[in-house]
Ligand binder design. Structure first.
Ligand code: NDP
Length: 428
């Protein structure tokens, strides 16, 4: 059993994670929120009290922290007796926070891959450039580190693993489809940190095809999907974190990520990008001031968390998996749909933050209970997906499946219409 959680970051995802930790504080214990700006941590605590999210009376505390400072992070982990760290700060912090966890013995989890501010779209597999280099250190210290435990990456990795274990003999392709059919009513905004959002799209789009990396450029490959809830949706092939672990762990020849974009988003993005305003490389102004254009764009765009009150519509994110079973072609879509307004009603957030924050806390609860407390580093698809999907079904992120038997809630232990099949992968 592990108790007491330190949440790092106080943005949109941290807001949801803190509410969900509060809703489960009998299991998780004390909740500490630490970020660069103390007032943002305190605002989250105020909102938890306002919504009455605490399951039982307990400690909720805000801390100012520069999480790039490993010694300060270690000090805070020890001072708060936190045994689980949920890192939902900027992806630039991952390696520092992970180091602090390895040195203090706290379990680590995050929702996005580490990034170096000076580089974009590095050589694949991305995890090999940073996190996986600390695999042995985690093992030696018996530290649990669960990487990419948001929705995508995170839940979509678990969906793939569950499908492979349950419905297929061979899988030919996994297409991860991420549709946001919501409307925030602003001229232009990104749904999470604009800097991170744009960095995903300004360089090479890596996908896994025919068992090798394939490079495309952004908006080069378009695909329309008829999705449940959101209907016919236009997507573009996009590079994304989960491809970089699933390609190495699942033995599936084709894994692609498709994200929906409106024409308006593409137009604005194209103008900004063509002008050089999305560059991560510093430029010098006529006054001799050095600035990073991307940081300026971030500073002038709406804070993603501020979109929540006016956001309407739904998301639909899932895995379309194709392969064979018993010699027959088989296709399943495992997905979740989330309503922006319902998320706001429950915790005061929009659905993109909600779909990332809930899984992080579901994962923390599995670490607290022990079933995911494996004492080493893992990506989500290496862990048992069953308790993860079950927990999220109870926490507001309900999984559905669409296959030859129709469309239904996916209750992992009740998929008895399928003959039981030996686990394809044995590492849990
Ligand atoms: P935000 O930009 O809203 O929040 C990031 C937070 O990190 C801010 O509170 C920021 O502080 C804080 N921070 C930045 N630098 C430091 C530092 N040196 N020390 C301490 N705190 C710092 O991002 P989101 O909440 O939207 O996203 C959080 C994470 O979740 C990101 O890694 C993002 O990529 C990931 N994500 C994952 C998804 C998934 O499905 N897997 C989906 C959406 C997001 P300040 O407020 O002072 O700037």
């Amino acid at each position: 059993m592990k108790r007491n959680v330190l949440i790092i970051g106080a943005g949109g995802v941290a807001h949801v994670a803190a509410h969900k930790c509060a809703q489960n504080n009998k299991l998780l214990g004390d909740i500490h929120i630490a970020s660069r700006t103390l007032a943002k941590c305190q605002a989250i605590i105020d909102s938890i009290h306002e919504k009455g999210s605490l399951q039982s009376p307990g400690r909720l505390q805000a801390h100012q922290l520069d999480a790039m400072d490993i010694e300060a992070t270690k000090f805070l982990i020890r001072a708060t007796h936190s045994q689980i760290v949920i890192n939902v700060g900027s992806p630039f912090l991952n390696m520092s926070v992970l180091a602090a966890c390895i040195e203090t013995g706290a379990a680590y989890l995050d929702t996005a891959i580490h990034e170096d501010p000076a580089k974009v779209c590095e050589a694949p597999p991305w995890y090999g450039n940073y996190e996986w280099k600390r695999r042995q250190a985690c093992k030696d210290a018996r530290v649990t580190a669960v990487l990419g435990a948001g929705f995508d990456p995170g839940v979509v990795n678990a969906y793939a693993r569950f499908a492979l274990d349950t419905y297929f003999d061979d899988v030919e392709s996994i297409d991860i489809i991420d549709i946001n059919a919501g409307n925030h009513g602003r001229y232009f905004a990104t749904n999470f940190d604009p800097e991170i959002n744009f960095r995903e799209f300004t360089s090479t789009v890596w996908s896994w095809e025919q068992n090798q990396w394939r490079a495309n450029s952004m908006f080069e490959r378009r695909q329309d999907w008829n999705m449940p809830v959101t209907g016919m949706s236009t997507t573009y092939l996009t590079g994304h974190d989960e491809l970089h672990s699933m390609s190495q762990n699942l033995g599936v020849p084709n894994i692609r990520f498709w994200m929906s974009f409106s024409e308006h988003y593409i137009n604005v993005f194209t103008v900004l990008n063509s002008l050089g305003l999305l560059s991560e490389k510093p430029v010098r102004t006529a006054k001799g001031v050095e600035i990073v254009p991307l940081e300026v764009v971030k500073a002038v765009l709406p804070d993603p968390a501020s979109l929540a009150p006016a956001y309407t519509g739904k998301t639909c994110i899932g895995d379309l998996i194709r392969g064979t079973r018993g010699g027959q072609a088989q296709q399943v879509l495992i997905y979740n749909s989330c309503d922006h307004e319902e998320c706001f009603e429950e915790v005061g957030s929009q659905a993109i933050s909600y779909t990332a924050g809930v899984p992080a806390v579901a994962a923390a609860m599995l670490i607290a209970k022990g079933s995911w407390d494996i004492g080493e580093m893992a990506n989500v698809e290496e862990l048992d997906p069953v308790p993860f999907i079950e927990s999220m079904n109870r926490m507001g992120l309900v999984t559905r499946i669409q296959d030859a038997h129709g469309d239904r809630i996916l209750r992992p232990r009740q998929e008895s219409i399928y003959e039981p099949k030996p686990r394809m992968l044995v590492n849990y």
